[in-house]
Design a protein around this ligand. Structure first.
Ligand SMILES: C=C(O[C@@H]1C=C(C(=O)O)C=C[C@H]1O)C(=O)O
Length: 95
């Protein structure tokens, strides 16, 4: 195998792990939703969104990565979590 192919195999493995982690993160939203239901809290929590985004930026700095794309990725992850919670609670976008 050429070194290009080897690196692509490693990228493929990491990409699968990323999707696995996204799935796990999204599933945790189900537990969060249950707690929110009991406490009568809204699905979208702006204060917590800020905590998550600030933490993502801090982690990006620690790992010497460009903060803007990392922040954008986490905004998408938060949107996915909110949409998943809305679907579970019958407030999904689609009937
Ligand atoms: C998962 C939660 O629900 C929403 C999604 C969040 C996230 O994906 O990190 C953060 C806050 C909420 O808007 C939560 O409240 O913790």
């Amino acid at each position: 195998m050429s070194s290009l192919e080897e690196v692509r195999v490693e990228i493929k493995r990491i990409d699968r792990n990323i999707v696995d982690l996204i799935k796990k993160r999204t599933e945790l939203a189900e537990k969060v939703l249950e707690s929110k239901r009991k406490a009568g809290l809204p699905i979208n929590d702006e204060a917590q969104n800020k905590v998550v985004l600030d933490r993502a930026v801090d982690n990006a700095i620690e790992f010497n990565l460009d903060t803007n794309p990392v922040r954008s990725i986490f905004k998408i992850l938060i949107e996915m979590s909110i949409e998943h919670q809305q679907e579970l609670s019958g407030q999904g976008k689609f009937p």
